[in-house]
Every structure is written in structure tokens, then in C-alpha cells.
Design a protein around this ligand. Sequence first.
Ligand code: NAG
Ligand code: NAG
Ligand code: NAG
Ligand code: NAG
Ligand code: NAG
Ligand code: NAG
Ligand code: NAG
Length: 575
Amino acid sequence: METFKSIAKPFSFLFGIFLLFANAMFLANAITHIHDFVVQATPVKRLCNTHNTITVNGQYPGPTLEVNDGDSLEIKVVNKAQYNVTIHWHGIRQMRTGWADGPEFVTQCPIRPGESYTYRFTIQGQEGTLWWHAHSSWLRATVYGALIIHPKEGSSYPFAKPSRETLILLGEWWDANPIDVVRQATITGATPNVSDAYTINGQPGDLYKCSSKETVTVPVNSGETNLLRVINSALNQQLFFTVANHKLTVVGADAAYLKPFTTSVIMLGPGQTTDVLITADQPPARYYIAARAYASAQGAPFDNTTTTAILEYKTASCTTKCSTTTPVSASLPAYNDTATATAFTTTLRSPKKVPVPTDIDENLLFTVGLGLNKCPSGASAQNCQGPNGTRFTASMNNVSFVLPSSFSLLQAHQQGIRGVFSADFPAAPPVKFDYTGNVSRSLWQPATGTKVYRLKYGSRVQLVLQGTSIFTAENHPIHLHGYDFYIVAEGFGNFNPQKDTAKFNLVDPPMRNTASVPVKGWAAIRFVADNPGIWFLHCHLDVHITWGLAMAFLVEDGVGELQALQPPPEDLPLC
Ligand SMILES: *[C@@H]1O[C@H](CO)[C@@H](O)[C@H](O)[C@H]1NC(C)=O
Ligand SMILES: *[C@@H]1O[C@H](CO)[C@@H](O)[C@H](O)[C@H]1NC(C)=O
Ligand SMILES: *[C@@H]1O[C@H](CO)[C@@H](O)[C@H](O)[C@H]1NC(C)=O
Ligand SMILES: *[C@@H]1O[C@H](CO)[C@@H](O)[C@H](O)[C@H]1NC(C)=O
Ligand SMILES: *[C@@H]1O[C@H](CO)[C@@H](O)[C@H](O)[C@H]1NC(C)=O
Ligand SMILES: *[C@@H]1O[C@H](CO)[C@@H](O)[C@H](O)[C@H]1NC(C)=O
Ligand SMILES: *[C@@H]1O[C@H](CO)[C@@H](O)[C@H](O)[C@H]1NC(C)=O
């Protein structure tokens, strides 16, 4: 005993020193990144014309944030533009820091012209590719950028370190002011004008007029492997993405790793990210990198153009002649190729067994889809230019979401202000019908409301998102703020609990923050409500948010010390 003590003492002393040292190292490694984001109008020339474009720090796309897991960010957003603005950090969990999430009138009031707000949050256990974007009107058409989270100092990727990393931000460009486009649609009640181009890192590429000189090139050396971080920042369109003659090895999506698999094409809904490895194993030359629409709604207008960049081998034999040759062309699926989109989304798996909740406390079914409102009495034909003199709308469980205007939902919740929202969002569709069939016209016009669904802290939630065929069926990218969730299954037709539950993957489903709900189909997700606050759930096609395809979860505080929403920051914008 005596001997043991005399050995143990100096050992525990040394161990204590080691712990102090390790702790200091850990603290030294977790950095706070401080940035200023100045939102301002900047002249940007694309497709032969120059538009006064809303940007961050004059950059389009905006600045890339690169951090390590565990780091904190402090971003002071200064609004020097003529519009209200807010910024959302898409996919960041924001544990107890909902005040920094960003959607206007949900977690904060807008930052008005001339004002500022500092977003403060910490990255907790996330690695991979995310992004940030404006969450006010349609400003995110041009106000967006990447948020790359590297593993903690001393940790590495679960795959061999690539020689290079390249960011691919897919975007959507209007040869007009996007705010004018949405305003016009709000007045007419019709669908907004479709975009004029898609972009890769802000450039349409050489298939568009006045654009070829600025086409983005991605250099590679023969034999090396490049990690492409692909982000769909487009406003209103799911996109197929490919690289001519090269295989893509998918290794992550929405800042979660995936079991690697190889494909020639990937599909991303707006809001989604996909990390792919590409090996330069082809004859040295120039190869097209290309993206174009996956348009699932039958007969609906869409932008059918193709954006390109060029993968350029920098091998000696290529430097002189390759740069003048035409790139090898890329083949993309047909616009309506749902089979290819589905083959991609249903192949995604987590790398190993994951803790999917199995005992469910909240079993929810939400319909997601469009609708048509009758022309309101007293409105003119000018305001009812939807099909047969109607106005477009959209809803979840037949509630078309209306944002509040005098308080944010989060402020109303935290301060107990009544009359801003009601907590009676339905757990299931109020009327059961053949969701994906030929829906009776009497069901097409939803109710309106500002309704949330209340969840107890820690409740285990299953949510089936059921697409409808009202007016037209289409694929909806549904994004949940403040959470990642497991997509345990997806399918076509109406969800059938008896038949479909048996097919759930409760072993290694992918974890994401945005689910592609198949056209005329459904997707089932599960998560644990461990982050108190108000969290927006919405279609990430901005045209559909405009029409009301949204709701919010109110997650109550828990009883533990670290289970309550933090108090609001002093500079929180008020309405
Ligand atoms: C939408 O498109 C129509 C038809 O091309 C055009 O007249 C109108 O100006 C466009 N609206 C906006 C806001 O660009
Ligand atoms: C795109 O749509 C236009 C009509 O809006 C059509 O004229 C054109 O052929 C289409 N292009 C492709 C590549 O499908
Ligand atoms: C896709 O579009 C083509 C015409 O462009 C049409 O022939 C085909 O039936 C469509 N497929 C589906 C699944 O809608
Ligand atoms: C519009 O009216 C026409 C003629 O009555 C009808 O055939 C069509 O189905 C209607 N469309 C919608 C979307 O209601
Ligand atoms: C859908 O139902 C309506 C009546 O509710 C009917 O007039 C129409 O023919 C049906 N359409 C199809 C494609 O079955
Ligand atoms: C939605 O609610 C409206 C108004 O209460 C009703 O007329 C309509 O039939 C409902 N539709 C569905 C799909 O529940
Ligand atoms: C900007 O936000 C304030 C609330 O903070 C609101 O009163 C005002 O109407 C908004 N302005 C616009 C142009 O939406």
C-alpha cells in the first residue's frame, strides 16, 4: 500500500500537469473566428449586363468561412443595403443559441438598413461542408457563401487526405433584381420568372452568352485526388451535377460522413451539400464539370440551361495544347429523370451503425405541397394571374405559414408574448385523402396561420413528410433548422405505416439537415429534440417559402443546466 502511494502520488501529480497542459492545448486550438460581413449593393456583370447586386463585402459568391470543429464564430453583419437582411448558418446545430440561427421573424427580427447584429455560435461535433445565406425575402439569390468545417486539430478525415480541395458553389442567376422578381410574383399571384442561368462559383460558364472568358477552371495534376465540396445554393431548383469521364466517390453530405460509394452523377436539392472525391485518372485534357436542373414537376416552367466549369489537367504534356482544346463534354440525366435522382438518394448510408431513435414519443405525418387560392373578393384580375384566375399558395398539413411581423417567434416564446403564434399545428393531416392521387378541387385551398408544434425536451420524433399532388406533384427539399436527422426511408405513393415501417433503415441511415421528399412520394426522418428553441421547417425552394410551405417546432427547455435556451444577446434586432 505504502509503496503504491509513493508511486501513485508523483504519478497523479504528473498526470495533473499533463491534464492542465492538454486542456491548455485544447483551449488554444479552439479558435474564435471574428469577421465583419458588410451587406451592400455592388455592381456585378453577368450575361452581358451589369446589375447592382446585394453581396457580402462586395464578393459574389460571398466569403468562405473555414473553421475547425469546436471553434466559435463571431460575425458582425452590417447592413449597408436598402433591404432588411438576416443571415442563416445553414446546417449549424446552434445548440442553445437559436438567437444566432437567422431566419427573419422566426428567431430574430430583420437587421434594418443602417443597423448591425453580431451572430455568435460554436461548432459542436460537426465536420464537412455547410454554407451560409441570407434568410430574408429572396436575398439569398446572391447573398451566400461556404462554411467549411475541418476536423479538430490532430484529427483527420475518415479517408486518405486528398491532394487538393475545391469548393463548387452552384447558384442561380436572374438577369434582373431577384427582389423585383419575387415582388412581381407576389403582386400577380402567378409563378415567378424562372432564372436566366445557373452558376458555378458565381460564373455561368461558356455555354451562356458573354460568359465564356470567365468560365471557372479547376486545375489538377494527373494521378492526384481532389475533394470537391459541392453546395446547391440555387434559389429554386434541384440540380444534377457531373464531371465528364470521371467517377465521383461520395464521402459526405450536409456535414456528415457517408459510407463511400462511386457514381457518375449526384443530385442536390437547394440547401444540400455533397462531398465527393475525384481522381485525375484520365488522359490529360480538359473535361467539363456541369450542372443542370432536375425538374420533377410536370409541365411547370423551369430554367433548362446548363452551367459549366472546366477540370484542367496541369500535366506537362497538356499545358501547351490542352488549354486551347474544347473540353470533353459531360452527359447529364434528362431533366425529369427521377429514377437517377432516387438511385442516388437511396444509396446514401452512414459509415457505421448510428444511434437512430427506436422508441418514438412523437409520431408525426405532415403533408407538403402546393395549392391554389380563389381570387380574393375585391382583388383585380391583375392580382390573380395563377391558373384560371387564382393565386398560387403552398402548405404543410393544410396550413399555409404566415410569418409574424411585430415579434420573432423566438422572442414571443421566450418572453411569453401572446397572440404572435398558436401551438396547435396539427400532428397529422386534418383531412385524410389520396395524397398522391387525383385530389378533389375542394381540398386545394389551404387555411393560413402562424402555428407551431410543441415538443418536449428530449422527445424522440418520427416525422413522415408526405408529398401531395395538389395542382402538381414535385420533389421538395425540406430543411429543418437547428437539427440533423436520420432519413430512415423514402418511397413513392402514400406512406403506409403497416407496410413501410418494416422497411426503415434503423442501422446506418444517412444524417442530413435537408431531405429530398420524392415527387408523388414521402420521406421518413427521425431525430431527438435535444435543442431548445424555435426551429423552422420549410421547403428550401424559396418560391415555396414565399407561398407558405413552412412550419416551426417549439422545443421546450429541459430541466438540466445545459438544456435551456441561452438568454438573447443585447444587440438582438427588434421589430
Ligand atoms: C418577368 O418576365 C417578363 C416576361 O419576360 C418580363 O416582362 C418582366 O419584366 C420580368 N419581370 C422581372 C421582375 O424581371
Ligand atoms: C429550353 O426551353 C426552351 C423553351 O422554353 C426551348 O426552346 C429549348 O429547346 C429548351 N432547351 C433544352 C436544352 O431543352
Ligand atoms: C420525361 O420527359 C419526356 C419528354 O421530355 C417524356 O417523354 C417522359 O414521359 C417524361 N418522363 C417522366 C417520368 O415524366
Ligand atoms: C382551368 O380551366 C380549364 C377549362 O375550364 C380546365 O380544363 C383546367 O383543368 C383548369 N385548370 C386548373 C389548374 O384549374
Ligand atoms: C380527377 O378528378 C376529377 C373530378 O374530381 C375528374 O374530373 C378528372 O377527370 C380526374 N382526372 C383524372 C386524371 O383522373
Ligand atoms: C384545408 O382547409 C380549407 C379551409 O378550412 C378547406 O377548405 C380545405 O378543404 C382543406 N384542405 C385539406 C387538404 O385539408
Ligand atoms: C423591415 O423590418 C421591419 C421590422 O423589423 C418591418 O417593420 C419593415 O416593414 C421591414 N421592411 C421591409 C421593406 O420589409
